[in-house]
Design a protein around this ligand. Structure first.
Ligand SMILES: Cc1cc2nc3c(=O)[nH]c(=O)nc-3n(C[C@H](O)[C@H](O)[C@H](O)COP(=O)(O)OP(=O)(O)OC[C@H]3O[C@@H](n4cnc5c(N)ncnc54)[C@H](O)[C@@H]3O)c2cc1C
Length: 532
């Protein structure tokens, strides 16, 4: 006779958010916690060696490997959207830049009706999560699980980039997460002594993983939430080739990320009833915001050929690998996106504060094309730029009721003309920075878009034909109280008992920066709510 498998909390997805929840909830020995992850364990060495990021994008087994549908405002291209499918989720394959966004991002969440999400409310959870190896002040934590440090190594081109920014009159900054976000500088990274600190390495330490009340199952794919009317009872999981039902005494928590959590909700009968019916899914709750409000940072790269053999393009990989293995130092510790910054250009007085940056830059001392999938010959350097608060909104749609078929992504980038204006303005700044005299000794021909691209129309065409994601999809199970809100301010699914969504999908609006630290903060805050 088989016994019913029951836990108090079932967490679906061991990514940035899921690992935090698993750690914090299982710290209470009375809570029996199951953490489910569709991907494998994080054994692959390229996950842990930061420079492995240049290889990891091509490792299909670690990646959901999504593509958008054809994007009407980007010359009908399908854009590649990598997402982590492994313990640690996207924090195991990301670029490790540690950024929280701006005070006003969170104050806006609060103003939208989400009590307890102002900057002053969330700052303690950023601090709680963080162990900053350099900065010790009121904005930073020095005792949390997430290791945040300065890069152990950076390229000489990165120094040239920072001098160029200064030459153009921009402020330098040694902390994007303190009182002031604006300025250019080296990114702090989620690394510990030159090794990636994913949310799995940070929060699922050997000591945590051996807790008797925590069970972690990898290669376990959740197909749907088991519902009894509008009460979540457990999950249906495919594991070791079999379908199993697992039950939760307290709650099911979806932490599958901004694409998969709404997908699981839809497969469970929670979503837009008309759409569910089209795919023969019985509606449990007509919640039309599921999969809507999709937002992402669209990014454009200016790529310059370098006249000296100093970039990471033609590095001696054997030597760098050996140095890394022996000493955890050198180029192997680089996250590629070594420096960058935040600016406020305020094209059409969209932001109310001069201090609220609207553009972000990432500098990479190597040629970067098509997420590193297109390897070009020679040496070069790249400057990414994205607009931080796009007005364009996309959506996710079911392809079918087959859980194995990926959700369809309609990112709908640049559907609002305002977003294009910012991209063009940012592109001018990218070129201005690369034209600085500090780059004279390195500058060769411009690769993308190429010196011949000068007119407004040509630049617009370049943006539409080359812009890509910088990997920050959010908003598809947004927190709020309006008709498109999916979860309330405690991240409980509206109208459903015992079901929460805790991951990047709950952000009502994109934050003005990268999204890993904010997602970890969200999970820290809700762990406290659940335990408290
Ligand atoms: C290439 C790349 C570079 C990035 N660079 C940065 C950066 O430098 N700095 C930064 O701050 N942010 C960066 N980001 C973004 C950041 O990593 C993500 O926003 C963040 O990790 C999202 O966390 P999450 O918990 O919402 O989802 P994820 O971390 O993606 O976790 C979701 C987890 O759920 C699992 N899962 C999904 N569906 C199921 C299912 N049905 N059953 C079981 N398990 C399931 C997935 O396999 C995954 O492990 C980057 C992202 C990518 C992809």
């Amino acid at each position: 006779m088989s016994t019913k498998k029951t836990f108090d909390y079932i967490i679906v997805g061991a990514g940035s958010a899921g690992c935090v929840l698993a750690n914090r909830l299982s710290a209470n020995p009375d809570c029996k916690v199951l953490l489910l992850e569709a991907g494998n364990k994080d054994w692959h060495p390229f996950i842990h060696m930061p420079a492995g990021i240049s290889k990891i994008v091509n490792i299909k087994s670690l990646n959901w490997d999504y593509n958008t549908e054809t994007e009407p405002h980007l010359n009908n291209r399908k854009l590649y959207w990598p997402r982590g499918k492994v313990l640690g989720g996207s924090s195991s394959i990301n670029a490790m830049c540690y950024c929280r966004g701006h005070r006003e991002d969170y104050d806006l969440w609060q103003q939208l009706g989400n009590d307890g999400w102002s900057y002053d409310d969330v700052l303690p959870y950023f601090i709680k999560s963080e162990n900053n190896h350099r900065i010790n002040n009121d904005y930073h934590g020095n005792a949390g699980p997430l290791q945040v440090s300065d890069l152990k190594h950076h390229n000489e081109l990165t120094d040239a980039f920072l001098s160029a920014c200064q030459q153009q009159g921009y402020d330098l900054s040694d902390d994007f997460n303190g009182q002031r976000q604006r300025g250019f500088g080296l990114y702090q990274v989620t690394q510990n002594n030159g090794v990636r600190n994913s949310s799995a390495t940070a929060y699922l330490t050997p000591e945590v993983k051996t807790r008797k009340n925590l069970t972690v199952w990898t290669k376990s794919y959740c197909q749907k939430v088991i519902m009894q009317d509008t009460i979540a009872k457990g999950v249906e999981v495919i594991r070791k080739g079999k379908t199993e039902n697992i039950y939760a005494n307290q709650e099911v928590i979806l932490s599958g990320g901004a694409l998969n959590s709404p997908h699981i909700l839809m497969l469970s009968g929670i979503g837009n009833a008309a759409e569910l019916e089209q795919h023969a899914i019985k509606t449990k709750l007509d919640l039309k915001g599921v999969g809507e409000n999709l937002q992402d940072h669209l990014d454009i790269c200016l790529v310059q050929r370098c006249s000296k053999n100093v970039s990471y393009d033609r590095i001696n990989e054997l030597k760098a690998g050996l140095q890394y293995l022996l000493y955890k130092s050198g180029p192997g510790t680089s996250n590629a996106a070594e420096a960058g910054g935040f600016l406020n250009v305020n094209v059409k007085t969209h932001s109310k504060s001069e201090q609220w940056p609207d553009l972000q830059f990432h500098f990479v001392p190597a040629i970067l094309d098509d997420h590193g999938r297109n390897r070009l010959k020679g040496n070069g350097y790249t400057l990414h730029m994205c607009y931080l608060r796009p007005q364009s909104r996309g959506s996710l749609k079911l392809a079918s009721n087959n859980p194995m078929q990926p959700i369809k992504i309609f990112a709908n980038y640049l559907s609002e003309s305002n977003d294009l204006e910012y991209m063009k303005k940012g592109f001018e700044i990218q070129r201005k920075i690369f034209s600085s005299s500090t780059f004279d000794e390195y500058r060769d021909a411009e690769i993308f878009p190429g010196d011949e691209i000068q007119s407004d129309a040509e630049i617009e065409h370049f943006i539409r034909s080359k812009a890509e994601t910088i990997y920050h999809p959010v908003g598809t199970c947004k927190m709020g109280n309006d008709e498109y809100a999916v979860v309330d301010h405690q991240l409980r699914v509206h109208g459903i008992e015992n079901l929460r969504v805790v991951d990047a999908s709950i952000m009502p609006n994109l934050v003005s920066g990268n999204t890993n630290a904010p997602t970890i903060m969200i999970a820290e805050k809700i762990s406290d709510t659940i335990l408290g």
